[in-house]
Design a protein around this ligand. Structure first.
Ligand SMILES: *Cc1c(COP(=O)(O)O)cnc(C)c1O
Length: 389
């Protein structure tokens, strides 16, 4: 049962882009963590990490304060300082993590149909200075990983998956975050939430140890592990690290949210399917998301394409009607002020730019009612028929 029956209290007219689903189970777990007296990284982190490993099939998982931290750790744990190929069609955090860890982003194109990078678009951006690739699984759909995995291993490149938007999704029955280093987000708009939070997944024990140390002041052991050791007061900093840890209280929330992931993702998929059907009925001008064979989609975002010259008008009108429609993402990262200031002359991303100018994200969240969805559909339909360029 939902704690805050916000459906009754919130203005009936307003349909938000997203509403996190928090139940008594999460509240009970957070309370238990607080009552335990152990508030920093602790027992719930271990349970959350173990459950995450099980789900993704990656043997190591590290709970963190954000996905951005996970991306940075992935690069720093491998000393990446050269070029990193990544799409410009992503949240700015993907590129920021490259810059803040001392490397240089080299933006590649996406396939406008799936909105994801492909082995071909990544290959076109590889140079002798390339050291790593960060793919972004956009909006809930994994990239087509076989070609990308093969490409990275052929060129000896580190493969990182920005899986912030795809928890629970698979490519050929394998979970995202198990092809390369996985980086997940628990921001409130993602498939599960801890308010703020993230997870790092990997196969290699050495990578895990280095990442854990960098996330924790450069000290390899955890407080909990040290408490069980003979001389818990000894704390050896092997490098200058950060503090990127997730608290035990938030890990408790994440642990409970993860149990509810299948149910929440199922609901996202049902609503997405209903959007697909209803939109197909009313307007040929709207392009709904295309799912590649081999991929499962978990619809963290439900974004449609409409003619670019009407996008802003349609969006403004929907928002005036109380529909929390938005855009993910515009501008693309290479058009953000900071990235314009360090513009790479090689950047020529026409598919990305045209995609960004024609997208609209429609409200979608597990507790969305069919009435709320109908209001979104009516508003979109109305705006499309009335807004001219
Ligand atoms: C949300 C998001 C991030 C950042 O996640 P945080 O946990 O907020 O740091 C990174 N990349 C993508 C693609 C995202 O959607």
């Amino acid at each position: 049962m939902a704690v805050n029956s916000s459906r009754d209290t919130v203005d009936v007219q307003h349909v938000p882009l997203c509403r996190p689903s928090i139940t008594e189970t999460e509240i009970a777990a957070a309370t238990e963590a607080m009552r335990s007296g152990w508030l920093a990284h602790g027992a719930f982190n271990q349970r959350f990490e173990e459950a995450f490993s099980q789900l993704t099939g990656a043997p190591h998982a590290i709970s963190l304060n954000s996905c951005t931290s996970a991306l940075e750790l992935a690069l720093k744990a491998h000393g990446i300082g050269g070029e990193v190929v990544t799409p410009s069609f992503t949240w700015v955090a993907t590129a920021n993590a490259i810059v803040t860890s001392g490397a240089t982003p080299h933006f590649c194109e996406i396939d406008p149909a799936t909105r994801n990078v492909t082995a071909e678009t990544v290959a076109a951006a590889i140079t002798p200075r390339t050291e790593a690739v960060i793919v972004v699984h956009y909006g809930g759909q994994p990239c087509q990983m076989d070609g990308i995995v093969e490409l990275c291993s052929r060129h000896g490149l580190l493969l990182i998956e920005d899986s912030a938007e795809t928890l629970g999704a698979t490519w050929q029955e394998r979970s995202v975050g198990s092809f390369g280093i996985g980086c997940f987000s628990f921001f409130p708009t993602k498939n599960i939430t801890t308010g703020e939070g993230g997870m790092f997944t990997c196969f290699d024990a050495g990578t895990e140890q280095r990442a854990r140390a960098i996330a924790s002041h450069g000290i390899a052991s955890t407080t909990l592990a040290r408490e069980r050791a003979e001389r818990p007061w000894l704390r050896a900093a092997e490098r200058a690290g950060h503090n990127y840890r997730l608290s035990n209280v938030l890990a408790a929330i994440g642990f409970e949210q993860l149990k509810r992931l299948p149910e929440m993702n199922r609901r996202r998929c049902e609503l997405a399917e209903r959007y697909d059907q209803r939109i197909a009925e009313f307007d040929a001008m709207v392009e709904t998301p295309a799912v590649a064979p081999g991929a499962t989609h978990v619809y963290q975002t439900y974004s449609v394409r409409i003619p670019a010259n009407r996008r802003d008008g349609v969006l403004a009108r929907m928002r005036r009607e109380g529909i929390g429609a938005s855009v993910h993402f515009d501008p693309p990262v290479h058009k953000q002020p900071y990235y314009l200031s360090r513009r790479d002359p090689r950047t020529d991303l026409q598919a990305t730019e045209s995609l960004c100018s024609s997208l609209i994200s429609l409200p979608l969240f597990p507790e969305m009612t069919l009435q709320e969805q109908d209001r979104v559909l009516d508003s979109l339909h109305g705006a499309l028929t009335r807004v001219v360029t």
